[in-house]
Design a protein around this ligand. Structure first.
Ligand code: NDP
Ligand code: VSD
Length: 324
């Protein structure tokens, strides 16, 4: 009898250990460290919110930072505030990411990039039925097409310097609204889900060039843009988005930079984001065999938890409809 127990328990231990061992060998792409110190980090939307916090953090870690946005006076303010906080200068460029020629000119002038952070983004939540198509197009153009423009413009220069400067990175700011669809976010979520397809395909194409793609998924974050958003956000959007705790821009910047430096493909920012990442892992690349282990072991449970969230969200929607 003791024998049976012994073999039963050793099997229970053996299976996970074997799984860990297999995952250790098969996870792809292979683990990497992307350096920041003395590297050229180019951040769009670096004049405000998450982008500004990330720009300052990169400067503090010894990177040469360039920021791009449209509004010149906000760019200059950002430059001053970073100078005040760190004693170091950043380069600023004004361009609209929707204008490919303008983006190309800036990227050429700024010089070869080691870490490209496509962080620019706009969000105007509203029910699709009430939202102007102009606004839908605006979000798709800035968030999705703008990111295409940047990557197209920067990639040739980024590839050229890899042999000499080591691993490079392209980081893209998505959102938890880019992992799950949320009431009021049809256009925004579509633009952010689009970035996921772009990122997964791009990683296949540039892994051999030693360039590593990261997709960052913040929850609601206190930024100037968010302060504007909440003024017009449908109540249901706010209720559902509150399933994930709000963060400060500095905290999101820290998570983003850690994710970039470890070459992580999916970069969650809080605990709910971690759960969301495991629940939506699907066929995304995974470099960490430990994270892969968590994903494999908890897949069914996470689906179950996800269904509970949907149950709760549809409950809120139903209650709201009855009140009307
Ligand atoms: N705050 C939040 O709750 C969350 C934000 N995110 C994402 O994080 C990113 C940053 O958001 P956040 O910090 O809140 O944004 P902010 O609105 O505070 O800042 C946006 C930045 O992007 C720039 N920008 C906007 N449109 C363009 C454009 N067409 N061309 C060039 N630059 C542009 C802005 O400068 P200017 O206007 O001068 O061009 C500004 O520097 C976005 O991609 C957003 O979707 C994701 C999850 C949550
Ligand atoms: C097992 C499953 C766990 C699931 C946890 C689910 C939590 C989902 C919350 C989604 C929040 C979306 C916020 C979008 C914020 C944003 O992008 C705007 N502020 C505009 O920038």
């Amino acid at each position: 009898m003791a024998d049976v127990y012994f073999s039963f328990f050793s099997l229970i231990l053996l299976i996970p250990l074997l799984l860990l061992l297999i995952l250790y060998f098969i996870v792809r792409p292979k683990p990497v460290r992307v350096p920041i110190k003395n590297r050229h980090v180019f951040i769009t939307g670096g004049s405000s919110g998450i982008g500004l916090a990330l720009a300052q953090l990169c400067v503090q870690q010894g990177a040469d930072v360039t920021i791009l946005a449209r509004n010149v006076s906000r760019l200059e303010e950002a430059k001053q505030s970073i100078k005040l906080a760190t004693g170091r200068d950043v380069s600023i460029f004004s361009a609209d990411v929707r204008d490919y020629d303008a983006v190309k000119r800036v990227v050429e002038e700024a010089g070869p990039i080691d870490v490209l952070v496509c962080n620019h983004g706009v969000y105007v939540p509203q029910e699709l039925e009430d939202q102007d198509l102009e606004e839908v197009k605006f979000m798709i153009d800035v968030n999705l097409m703008g990111t295409f423009h940047l990557i197209k413009a920067a990639l040739p220069g980024m590839k050229k310097i890899r042999a000499e400067r080591g691993p490079g990175s392209i980081a893209i700011m998505s959102s938890q609204g880019g992992q799950v669809g949320i009431y009021g976010y049809t256009a925004y979520s579509a633009s952010k889900f689009g970035l996921k397809g772009l990122a997964e395909s791009l990683q296949h194409e540039i892994i051999s060039d030693n360039i590593h793609v990261s997709l960052v998924f913040p929850p609601d974050t206190e930024t100037p843009g968010f302060a504007e958003e909440v003024k017009r956000r449908p109540q249901l959007s706010s209720i559902i988005a509150a399933s994930s705790g709000a963060m400060k821009a500095d905290e999101v910047a820290k998570k983003s930079l850690n994710g970039i430096q470890s070459g992580s493909f999916m970069v969650p920012c809080n605990f709910e984001g971690f759960l969301l990442g495991v629940a939506t892992a699907g066929l995304s690349p995974q470099r960490s065999f430990l994270m892969a282990f968590v994903e494999v072991m908890t897949a069914g449970l996470m689906r179950f938890a996800g269904l509970f969230f949907q149950w709760n969200w549809y409950g809120c929607i139903e209650k709201h409809a009855k009140k009307k």
